[in-house]
Ligand binder design. Structure first.
Ligand SMILES: Cc1ncc(COP(=O)(O)O)c(C=O)c1O
Length: 382
């Protein structure tokens, strides 16, 4: 029997999750922008303590975590949303804000969950191409805001392109957006961004009640296996609305306990950022020495066109498109044969490009050596 699914489900794209989680996982996993460092002993102990109470539902108000976030960011408790990962808040925000006839504006390529928001709600997605430097074109995005716009998303630093825009530009952009339009600044990777202090955007909340800063414990805090994220908001409207559309107890007890403990270790966060940036600099140099041109990364991953793939892939003829697809798939296969998993650009809106998370020094060397070998085999392109 084949189930008759709703129109809505038929519209929603299937999330292009990275491989590498099954029984035959490759040993070098650089596909999901995770941190390569295991959880801290103190975080593990906090999880162990919480395990004893798993016969009870988690605190539905997330009070301990909420209180730590209030202390850290100086944002009132009712202006903080907590979620089962920041994606949970993003999807709930889409449900709360969007409906048929409404519009959501975001850049493209950007985070692959954004297209779900319009598809799930029946709203219209306005995808604004990144500029020639693979950065958000804020002017073009502001020009797309109409009376139908309910939500604008800016991903800074941007996934998958790793590029960032200065906070000054975002501040100017916010001035142009009507106050009833929700602006989500997705800052999943902000700790790795050296352009501005990661928390400088928090000051913008005072002047912009429509602003939502989306943050996660999945990246620098290394807790993606538990699923916990949060949003700092300019007004209580969005936290209230996302709670209306979600199940209660959306953030599990172990995630709450781990996040509270992780926040207390900012020295470790700083150390991880320093180590990641050191890897960023050395990988960038090696990729350039191999004749590749990685985008200027402000994140924990790099983004580059494979050898033989032109920078602009949207205007290729049929034959060139096939060649680019071949280069991408042969490169992915060659890397996988050498135990290295990265993310192919084709699934992220840019065929022939790769997104590669920075791992440990050893993992990065494995990746770079494998890429050099595979490049030599794959040969010439367009
Ligand atoms: C830009 C961006 N936002 C949000 C997320 C989701 O993070 P979480 O694990 O908190 O749901 C990711 C994860 O890769 C991301 O790249």
């Amino acid at each position: 029997m084949t189930l008759e699914l709703s129109q809505r489900i038929r519209r929603i794209p299937v999330y292009p999750a990275a491989d590498g989680y099954g029984a035959k996982a490759p040993d070098v996993k650089l596909a999901s922008n995770e941190t390569p460092y295991p959880p801290l002993p103190a975080v593990k102990q906090a999880i162990d303590r919480a395990i004893g109470s798993l016969n009870r539902y988690p605190d539905p108000t997330n009070s301990a975590l909420r209180q730590r976030l209030v202390e850290r960011y100086g944002v009132n408790a009712e202006r903080i949303a907590i979620g089962n990962g920041s994606c949970d808040i993003l999807l709930a925000a889409g449900e709360a804000l969007l409906e048929p006839g409404a519009e959501v504006v975001y850049a493209w390529p950007s985070f692959s969950v954004y297209p779900h928001l319009a598809a799930a709600s029946g709203a219209r997605a306005i995808e604004v191409p990144l500029d020639a430097q693979d950065c958000h074109d804020l002017e073009a995005m502001a020009a797309e805001v109409t009376v139908a716009t309910r939500m604008v998303i800016v991903c800074n630093p941007n996934n998958p392109t790793s590029t960032a825009i200065p906070l000054e530009a975002i501040t100017g952009f916010l001035e142009q957006i009507p106050p009833h339009v929700c602006v989500v600044l997705d800052e999943a990777y902000c700790e790795f961004n050296l352009m501005d202090h990661p928390d400088a955007s928090v000051d913008l909340l005072r002047a912009h009640p429509n602003l939502v800063l989306l943050r996660t414990f999945s990246k620098v805090y290394g807790l993606c296996g538990l699923r916990v994220g949060f949003a700092l908001c300019g007004s209580p409207d969005l936290p209230r609305a996302v709670d209306q559309v979600r199940q209660p107890f959306y953030c599990n007890a172990l995630a709450q306990a781990a996040a509270v403990e992780a926040l207390a270790h900012q020295d470790v966060v700083a150390d991880r950022v320093t180590r990641t940036i050191a890897q960023r600099i050395s990988i960038d140099e090696r990729l350039q020495a191999m004749g590749l041109s990685p985008a200027p990364s402000q994140a924990n991953f790099c983004w580059f066109a494979l050898q033989g793939v032109p920078r602009e892939t949207s205007r290729l003829d049929e034959e060139q498109r096939e060649l680019v697809a071949r280069i991408e798939s042969e490169t992915m296969r060659g890397l996988l044969e050498r135990g290295v998993l990265v993310r192919a650009g084709g699934a992220l809106g840019r065929p022939g490009w790769l997104r590669v998370t920075y791992g440990t020094g050893e993992e990065n060397t494995r990746f770079l050596d494998a890429l050099a070998e595979v490049q030599a085999q794959v040969g010439a392109g367009c």
